[in-house]
Design a protein around this ligand. Structure first.
Ligand code: ARG
Length: 461
């Protein structure tokens, strides 16, 4: 039989394959809250402008409230034949309240309906992710404070470079996540315009009040152009772009955890609750959660790419291609939320090994820059010349097979006679980090102040 929804001009119904490719209910049922909220706002507006009687408006509102309960409690009869969430809800409404249900779709199309639902859904997702990001930030800040003076090697090219503190290192991620929150907030601000009332594409001849529905749904204003209102998916793309950058940050931190937990580094240990064993090697303790956070960034980036390619080249206004906008967004959201939870758990419960970290911090002549700095400060040597002197000392230490701080003063003076005990003292890793007091630097007192500042800068929502 022809579709009950649009079957008027059709003699027969869709084939099974047509139904299978056309239906979106399998995934867009996740929009049900937003769909019902949008319909209730629309119905209230229709009553307010006199397009719907009070009695019909009330029946519709009560019917929709009941449908919300049915879906919430898992008893709602979803049907693939009814294509999508919009038709499933509307058809059920007709079962519940009869003819009045057919008046709800006045001055509305599924095109503006789905665009509205989807904006509302992503807005909720952004708010949730913002909270999860704040939680991870504050977890990192707490751990950073604990490890504010824990010296570790800082790397460039993954070669030891200069000593830093673990607290300082963790705070770098707090900054990244802060920018992520800013990107989500920016996307949210641009997203917050309401497409409802754009109707199919051209607007409507009914005297609707788009400002009323926009306000009722928490939007700042209605979308200014009806064609744009139904065909724009920038809000989803921006959201996925922000999610991708965020996933990359989590992946970089995950990669560091993978490296740091290896036997060769042994900088940190993940708790049992976030580690896995091997079915053959009894000694194994694998950082699977970190590896999967690293992997899942690929899926979030894939979701962004998927929607970019769907949207590329679509003429105005709505095309059915746009129905395929939802799965990437849902998948990216689920993935990101899981990764944020896993990362928060790992960071909250990891334990660092200060002894290993300190020993590693001194390996690879990491305080050579401090010696060059001393020559500049105390002898007025130009930095380039000081660099050369420190370089020769490194070569000497390397030939002897010792660390810089193990050279005797007499040995050092064979290269620069003006070196003193004070110069030798700057070669310790503690002296090195304590010296780096510049704003944003790694000195423990700086890191403690930065933790305090970060707590205030990155408020929880
Ligand atoms: N399920 C559709 C979607 O998600 C709703 C809009 C359908 N509009 C249409 N003209 N067929 O895009």
């Amino acid at each position: 039989a022809p579709s009950a929804i649009w079957g008027g001009r059709f003699a027969s119904g869709p084939s099974a394959v047509m139904e299978a490719i056309n239906a979106s209910i399998g995934f867009d049922k996740r929009l049900y809250r937003q769909d019902i909220a949008g319909s209730r706002a629309h119905a209230a507006m229709l009553v307010a402008v006199g397009l719907l009687t009070e009695a019909d408006g009330q029946a519709i509102d009560q019917g929709l409230a009941r449908i919300l309960t049915e879906i919430d409690s898992g008893v709602f009869p979803f049907s693939t034949r009814l294509e999508d969430i919009h038709m499933n809800v509307e058809t059920r409404l007709k079962d519940l309240i009869g003819e009045a249900a057919g008046r709800l779709h006045t001055a509305r199309s599924r095109n503006d309906q789905v665009a509205t639902d989807f904006r509302l859904w992503i807005r909720d997702a952004i708010d949730f992710v913002d909270g999860a990001l704040a939680t991870l930030q504050h977890t990192l800040i707490d751990r950073a404070e604990e490890y504010a003076a824990t010296v570790m090697p800082g790397f460039t090219h993954l070669q030891t470079a200069q000593p830093v503190t673990l607290g300082h290192h963790l705070l770098a991620y707090v900054e990244m996540l802060g920018r992520d929150r800013g990107r989500f907030a920016d996307a949210r601000a641009r997203l917050n315009e309401c497409p409802l009332g754009s109707a199919a594409l051209a607007g409507t001849g009914f005297p609707i009040d788009r400002f009323m529905t926009a306000q009722a749904l928490g939007f700042d204003r209605p979308c200014a152009n009806s064609l744009d209102g139904v065909s724009d998916r920038d809000f989803a793309l921006e959201y996925l772009a922000a999610a991708s950058v965020c996933a990359i940050h989590l992946s970089r931190l995950a990669e560091e955890l993978v490296v740091w937990t290896s036997a060769q580094f042994a900088f940190v240990r993940l708790p049992d609750a976030y580690s896995t064993g091997s079915s053959i090697m009894p000694q194994k303790r694998n950082p699977d959660a970190a590896e999967l956070v690293r992997a899942k960034a690929g899926r979030v980036i894939g979701a962004l790419n998927s929607l970019l390619v769907v949207m590329k080249g679509l003429p105005l206004a709505y095309s059915k291609d746009m129905q395929d906008d939802k799965e990437p967004v849902f998948e990216a959201t689920d993935t990101l939320e899981l990764c944020l939870a896993a990362m928060t758990g790992m960071i909250a419960h990891m334990t660092a090994d200060p002894v290993r970290l300190r020993a590693a911090a001194g390996q690879g002549f990491t305080t050579a820059t401090d010696l060059a700095d001393w020559l500049v400060r105390r002898l007025g040597t130009p930095f380039r010349d000081a660099h050369a002197v420190a370089g020769r000392l490194v070569r000497l230490a390397e030939t002897r097979g010792v660390g810089l701080e193990e050279l005797s003063l007499a040995e050092m003076q064979t290269i620069e006679p003006r070196l003193t005990e004070e110069a030798a003292a700057v070669l310790s890793v503690d002296a090195s980090v304590q010296a780096r007091t510049s704003y944003g630097g790694t000195a423990p007192e700086r890191v403690r102040a930065a933790c305090q500042a970060a707590r205030e800068r990155f408020a929880r929502p």
